[in-house]
Design a protein around this ligand. Structure first.
Ligand SMILES: [Zn+2]
Length: 291
């Protein structure tokens, strides 16, 4: 697999463009107890924002939109990826028309998937519970890019729009020193992924926060960990939040992400020590590389 490329991230950077040079960082020297205090305050801030996310209109619109999309089986997701690798949001012809007020563009070819059909077995005895046979038939769905009409609300509301190229470079350098490789590639709906072969995969639209999130998964040894999935996400995401806030990122969408993952402020507080330790470790490593 190819090694890290920075350019795609910069080219599609929606916010602010390139910031060069070290003035990207206004560094204050912290003692370790000051740093810990500041991280804890950031986690407190995150906790209160998770509560707010619960009531935010942005989340409401997001959930409403998600509910309109059918969730396809893994098998069908693979079929969709096979026929239309760039598919992001797919739905049937009528769903696009009736739920989203969008029509399929002329000449677009449907993406075939398999739909189960339940057929009642002939049962001679009326009293017996009916049994069913399941058959599959091919039906067609369409990706959003094959349709036109009303805008649909952005689904990736939690994505960090901020980019700091210098920080990104330092983080990649740090990741590599940990034995990780970082690759950019189209990976569907997720922003990032960590593989068991110590590879961090970043979606082309992923920001710095996602990179920190994946490094945190690695440092916390989440691959070997028996912790529930939600807790692993919590530790990685809250760490990424604390690190990015420390380096001046604003308007991060972590509260929405954590809320949608089903996490509460109590879960966050219960993991405070782990998060704080991970965040300090990453911040210290970054600062060493800046100075
Ligand atoms: Zn994760």
């Amino acid at each position: 697999m190819e090694k890290t490329v920075f350019e795609p991230d910069f080219l599609i950077c929606p916010a602010g463009g390139l910031i060069s040079g070290r003035k990207d960082f206004t560094m204050a020297k912290y003692t370790s107890s000051q740093l810990q205090k500041s991280i804890n305050a950031t986690i407190e801030e995150l906790a209160s924002l998770i509560d707010e996310a619960q009531f935010s209109q942005e989340i409401e619109v997001y959930l409403e939109t998600v509910a309109k999309f059918h969730h396809y089986s893994i098998h069908n997701q693979l079929l969709i990826k096979d026929t239309f690798p760039k598919a992001s949001h797919v739905a049937g012809f009528c769903t696009w028309r009736d739920q989203f007020n969008r029509t399929v563009k002329k000449g677009e070819r449907g993406i075939p998937i398999l739909a189960p059909i339940r057929v009642k077995d002939q049962s001679p005895d009326e009293d017996e519970e009916p049994t069913y046979k399941v058959f599959f038939k091919v039906v067609y769905v369409f990706d959003i890019s094959q349709t036109e009409g009303d805008e649909i609300p952005a689904l990736d509301v939690w994505k960090s729009p901020e980019y700091k190229p210098e920080l990104q470079k330092i983080l990649i350098n740090y990741a590599e020193s940990l034995g990780l490789t970082v690759d950019y590639q189209e990976i569907g709906a997720a922003q990032g992924a960590l593989t068991s072969e110590n590879k961090i995969l970043l979606n082309l639209t992923a920001g710095t926060k996602t990179l920190v999130h994946e490094i945190a998964h690695h440092l916390a040894e989440h691959f070997e960990s028996k912790k529930p999935h939600e807790q692993r996400e919590l530790e990685a995401e809250a760490t990424a939040y604390a690190v990015c806030r420390h380096f001046g990122f604003e308007d991060l969408k972590s509260p929405n992400y954590l809320y949608l993952t089903g996490l509460t402020t109590d879960d966050l507080k219960a993991s405070l020590t782990t998060i704080s330790t991970l965040a300090q470790q990453i911040i210290n490593q970054i600062e060493e590389r800046i100075s």
